[in-house]
Design a protein around this ligand. Structure first.
Ligand SMILES: [Zn+2]
Ligand SMILES: [Zn+2]
Length: 106
């Protein structure tokens, strides 16, 4: 074995805040977002609140509706909902976005 060669580096991060996830044996946790993820990080399943009784943060984005024109002149609009992370999270707020082109959801 050549110990000068590199070993693989496995890093699993939160898809929102990009913090490295903590594996406590039953699953992966993002402490900054207060979210617990599936034990199989390759499942692609969304996480759940670490504290099931926590309520959503609910912070409202400064720019809730952003309207603009695409290069071809079609009107487009991004609507941002209030933050869905549990209250007390330390990561940036997560505002789900809906994107519309010419009045239809894109
Ligand atoms: Zn996170
Ligand atoms: Zn928030």
């Amino acid at each position: 074995m050549n110990t000068n060669l590199p070993s693989p580096r496995v890093e699993i991060t939160c898809n929102h805040c990009l913090d490295e996830l903590y594996n406590d044996g039953d699953g992966y946790t993002c402490h900054a977002c207060q979210i617990r993820f599936d034990p199989d990080p390759f499942s692609g399943n969304p996480g759940e609140y670490l504290d099931e009784d926590a309520s959503p943060c609910g912070a409202t984005p400064t720019l809730r509706i952003e309207a603009f024109e695409l290069r071809d002149g079609k009107p487009a609009k991004i609507t941002r909902d209030p933050c869905v992370l549990p209250s007390g999270h330390r990561s940036p707020h997560l505002y789900p976005e809906t994107f519309e082109i010419d009045g239809a959801q894109a």
